[in-house]
Design a protein around this ligand. Structure first.
Ligand SMILES: [Zn+2]
Length: 285
């Protein structure tokens, strides 16, 4: 889980239920914990740059969001998730055009270097350059031609391959969704959540983004940042990855009624006066 400021969240024990002794877990932004809030920093004459005021998040808010998300996706949201992937497919066609421009560029590069090679042979046979220079230049032009030819092979072959991958991805998503339509939402398996949820970005105290992985069986980490990178950089990267690798499937809101219903089911309560609706967006890849 990541904060909109770029920092990660840390888990802590929020409080205990008096009757059951169950521990309520909460999550706090590491930046806020380490650097304190605007209010504190103002009071102590500390610089305010990069400060984060994100409130702590109760674990059950997250649980309810992912529960509803899965329910919606496997149920009546299934179609919108599939539509999101159709969008990716459409975008893919645009990339196709870009690649063909690059291929043209490379082809003209090959032509130019082949011409240079021919001229070079003339220069050498007319004894305008010595053998050493001839060999050097010949090596250089030949290398450029080979590199360009190699890149064309990757682009042309890669296109077909990427298209195939996309088809496979789409059918895998359809399969996953089909299988899970009947799945029991009473209890959510931790493994399932770990596999599905790439990242949660907390944009506001009641504003979340869920980045889900429906298509890749292998869990590869798209967000492998260097540990010592600045929050600012991490924040930018997360947004870039979100926009380039994921597609917005749907947005939803957890109202007080929904929250109350969910809490009652497990014999718990919410404090209505302190309740703010939680809105969240679900991105998929
Ligand atoms: Zn933060």
């Amino acid at each position: 889980m990541e904060c909109g400021c770029g920092a990660r969240f840390q888990q802590y024990k929020w409080r205990k239920y008096k009757d059951t002794e169950d521990v309520v877990k909460g999550y706090a932004c590491r930046n806020r914990v380490g650097n304190n809030t605007t209010k504190y920093r103002q009071a102590n004459d500390l610089p305010l740059e990069g400060v984060c005021d994100r409130k702590s998040i109760s674990e059950w808010h997250l649980e309810l969001m992912i529960k509803d998300t899965l329910e919606e996706m496997w149920g009546f949201r299934k179609e919108s998730v599939l539509k999101a992937f159709e969008l990716i497919k459409d975008n893919f066609v645009d990339d196709d055009v870009d690649n063909s421009n690059r291929v043209k560029e490379l082809e003209s590069k090959i032509d130019k270097n082949k011409q240079k090679l021919n001229k070079l042979i003339d220069l050498y046979t007319e004894e305008n350059i010595d053998k050493k220079e001839f060999n050097e230049k010949r090596e250089q032009y030949t290398r450029l031609v080979k590199e360009a030819e190699g890149e064309i092979r990757v682009l042309v072959g890669g296109l077909g391959l990427a298209e195939k991958n996309l088809e496979m991805k789409l059918s895998r998503i359809k399969e996953t969704l089909e299988q899970l339509v009947d799945f029991d939402t009473e209890k959510l398996e931790k493994d399932l959540i770990n596999q599905l949820v790439d990242k949660v970005i907390v944009r506001g105290d009641c504003d979340f983004e869920w980045l889900l992985n429906l298509s890749d069986i292998e869990t590869n980490d798209l967000f492998s940042f260097y540990l010592n990178e600045k929050y600012e950089i991490k924040r930018q990267k997360s947004t870039e990855i979100r926009d380039s690798k994921y597609t917005l499937a749907f947005s939803s809101v957890i109202t007080i009624d929904r929250a109350r219903e969910y809490r009652r089911k497990y014999g718990k309560h919410i404090k209505p006066r302190r309740w703010n609706d939680i809105s969240y967006e679900v991105y998929v890849r």
